[in-house]
Write a new protein. Structure first.
Length: 371
């Protein structure tokens, strides 16, 4: 049953104008990424008073000709159903809100409905994923990639992932958000069909080899993150030999580890030192005293050079066993640190954002981390 409220969620004229654009870019051809590109390009010179369009979410109804869906952001988030007046009614989304049966500026008679489409609208999100566009679902990306994992605001994160893809040709999409429904919602609204990792949702952090063995016994489907970082400033630096010995032992038991969280010697909220003088004060009160000698003798007094080479050795070791290094982000990580980290990992890294690192910086950080 179609509902007709006293107050419409969007202006009918805006709905008709958007429908006109949708029919212009899709024509009578099958739905394609080219149509979404055209819609996005057209929207740069067109605005609507009552909503903002999410052009990459545009999708055709596979069971109804000349019927399309596109996400918008008005006072609330909605999914618009746009159809030729001659198309059969769709039963995919029950009780849509009728915006109007009207003619577009080009003279096409259309019907426009609105469907509530917020992160809490589970049934609508599931219907989109299962009946309209399964390509938006998460897909494993493997361990030969750079990931910049967001821990919140998936809608904003996917927008940044698209910017990275457009600028660098890299898919760095990963999310560690407990609410998987919110993640799916963000992917739909941003039309993210390139695949993304949801490592943090099913990944178990195991602090020692016995914990890794227990995790594998508990679930054969569990992705395992071997956590070598330890509790804050009380743990020693992770070494390549530590990674090699542990991963070899696990491999001998047919246990695969997908990521190894490492301790690089960073302090919460503090910038990593870039000079020998700064390093001395930085190391006070930490168990990382050996860094001073390594930096002085092996890296000619340059802490970031030593960091890059140390990370390179660990990354190459982990890669031999099909694993990525996983580094916990921090607001104190500056450009120099991120560049050294990316160079050492040769662009193969799982970098988890800190909650205080805004997703709006994902594109910037990916540029520094790409090696």
């Amino acid at each position: 049953m179609i509902q007709v409220p006293l107050t419409l969620p969007i202006r009918a004229a805006d709905g008709a104008a958007l429908a006109d654009l949708v029919f212009q870019v899709t024509g009578r051809s099958p739905m394609s990424e080219a149509a979404r590109h055209q819609l996005a390009a057209r929207l740069t010179s067109v605005s609507f008073a009552s909503f903002v369009v999410k052009p990459w979410s545009l999708v055709a109804d596979p069971g109804a000709p000349q019927t399309f869906y596109v996400a918008i952001e008005g006072k609330d988030p909605w999914l618009l159903h746009i159809a030729s007046a001659n198309s059969p009614a769709s039963a995919l989304f029950p009780k849509p809100i009728l915006i109007g049966r009207m003619r577009t500026p080009s003279g096409v008679e259309v019907v426009v409905n609105a469907i509530p489409f917020g992160p809490g609208d589970e049934a609508a999100i599931t219907t989109y994923l299962e009946s309209l566009d399964r390509a938006v679902k998460p897909r494993p990306q493997g361990t030969q990639s750079l990931f910049v994992a967001a821990v919140g605001n998936p809608d904003g994160a996917f927008g940044q992932y698209r910017a990275v893809l457009r600028k660098y040709g890299l898919n760095v999409a990963a999310l560690e958000v407990e609410n998987t429904q919110e993640v799916a919602w963000g992917a739909v609204r941003n039309g993210w069909r390139e695949g993304y990792s949801a490592m943090g949702v099913t990944r178990l952090a195991a602090a020692d080899l016995d914990a890794v063995r227990t995790a594998r016994s508990a679930s054969s489907l569990m992705d395992i993150n071997w956590d070598l970082a330890g509790p804050g400033l009380t743990s020693g630096l992770t070494t390549a030999e530590e990674i090699r010995v542990g991963l070899r032992a696990l491999r001998d038991e047919n246990i695969a580890v997908q990521a190894v969280t490492v301790n690089l010697g960073t302090k919460p909220g503090e910038a990593y030192p870039e000079t020998m003088e700064a390093l001395g004060a930085y190391l006070e009160g930490t168990p990382w005293g050996e860094l001073a000698g390594r930096v002085e003798w092996q890296a000619k007094g340059k802490p970031l050079t030593e960091l890059r080479e140390r990370v390179k050795e660990m990354q190459e070791t982990a890669r031999q066993f099909g694993a990525l290094l996983r580094v916990m982000g921090d607001p104190g990580h500056g450009e120099g640190f991120l560049e050294a980290l990316g160079a050492g990992c040769a662009g193969r890294l799982y970098y988890r954002l800190h909650p205080e690192q805004p997703v709006e910086r994902i594109a910037e950080m990916a540029g520094l981390l790409r090696g």
